[in-house]
Write a protein that binds this ligand. Sequence first.
Ligand code: QV4
Ligand code: CA
Length: 518
Amino acid sequence: MLIVTSMKLFILAALFGFSLAQHNPNFKHGRTSIVQLFEWRWVDIAAECERFLGPKGFGGIQISPPAEHIVLTSPWHPWWQRYQPIGYKLCSRSGSEDELKDMITRCNNVGVNIYADAVINHMCGASGGAGTHSACGSWFNASKKDFPSVPYSSWDFNDKKCKTGSGEIEDYGDIFQVRDCRLVSLLDLAVEKDYVRSKLAEYMNKLIDMGVAGFRVDACKHMWPGDLENIYHRLHNLSTAWFPSGSRPLVYQEVIDLGGEAISANEYVRLGRVTEFKYGAKLGTVFRKWDGEKLFYTRNWGEGWGFMSDGHAVVFIDNHDNQRGHGAGGASIITFWDSKLHKMAVGYMLAHPYGVARVMSSYRWNRHIENGKDKNDWMGPPSYGNGTTKPVPVNPDQTCGDGWVCEHRWRQITNMVIFRNVVNGQPHSNWWDNQSNQVAFGRGDRGFIVFNNDDWDLDVTLNTGMPGGTYCDVISGQKEGGRCTGKQIQVGDDGHAHFRISNTEEDPFVAIHAESKL
Ligand code: QV4
Ligand code: CA
């Protein structure tokens, strides 16, 4: 037997392009995309897997944090209460442990993976009070740092290590503060302690044994890479009920790195994937045509734009933070509120080979912007008066009701999720641009996409690289019962096709792929 050190493995992985453990999303059946079902209840997710996500080829779901969290009433049940754990009982605003388990099983059974959002840097805020105001009534005392349901006591927190006067992170330029002090007053766990590490790993392993395929790890910038490495090494292999034996959980770490901070995403890529926040911030700027950006500049999109290396990135247009002014990215972030641009930007991401792609699925709230800030950025999901989350109803036209946006059900987005599966593994090819905001590119001979983000029409003949035939555009419609419900694109035997896209169209882009051929 050859003993391969992890360094050698790393070099081998780099040479042969296979993913390291923990970088592999463990997708089933050649699927390729994750959808973030922000604040959905477990019972709704289970139903959505069976009726929509499984059949449409979604690879996985990022779920909201499943651990027991504080319940706040001022403001009234904000979404962010779920980022304030008070223990690791699997009991949350999204439902009970039984409901979680049933959902994980049913989603896995239809080929859809579950990735849990793991909040392991901290517990609730320091002024969280004492009592049983938690998702399942576990008692805790924030001022005494007493969380008996874990149990954690004041020994398990970082306060002695933190050197700032306030105990808070005051300067993001000081890596010690960022890791050892409190993020917005959240009680900072001593992740260097063996006991704390063992509790965190126990929590994550329980989820792995139930069948999750990996984790989005919250607030990684605020934890030392060495501490995270130790926890990740303790994680079990995935359940062999659904995954090949020896499969490691995917880990994708939330590190916001737009450049210019003391801590960089690169410190974490060795351990797992990392959220590439530059992606949505830059693509938003490009599609908005701000700062002199033009779509044709994305000819070398990906590493060419200073992003982390392809095998390390999880990419997205928006997330639950930056769609409401939290986190990073600022005003350039394109959300469902700008639906036309959103569909184009998500379409671009899903057509492009860089990174593991995550689609956002949101709820509507009473956005109220004053002086550039949303006063209602705290508002939780559609709820009843007592704060319990409402179900997600599906309308006859397949859209969602009751304030659930369900971007993942928008035809243009669903069809691009399918496009990404169809072109999986094919190279970025046959680039064309007009030196402005009209661009086109293919994915080998399996797919081709054309964008018109200029203020004038696009009218051009392009080499698609695809076999001759009639294809259905999957943006204006799709292939249904042997015909196209939207535009039809004629590809000649030489691979060339004529495209005409008016800038005033509802969706000024066109996409065809091998399985949309008549
Ligand atoms: C406030 C003040 C503090 C004060 C405290 C006193 O800001 O200075 O000491 O009151 O009571 C909420 C409130 C916040 C409040 C805090 C503690 O918004 O005002 O502190 O609770 O009571 C989410 C929200 C936060 C929220 C947090 C916990 O975005 O607003 O804080 O949940 O409920 C950085 C990080 C990055 C982070 C990003 C938002 O590097 O890791 O900020 N992103 C992740 C998650 C995000 C989550 C957290 C981290 C924390 O994606 O959703 O924050 O788990 O860039
Ligand atoms: Ca910390």
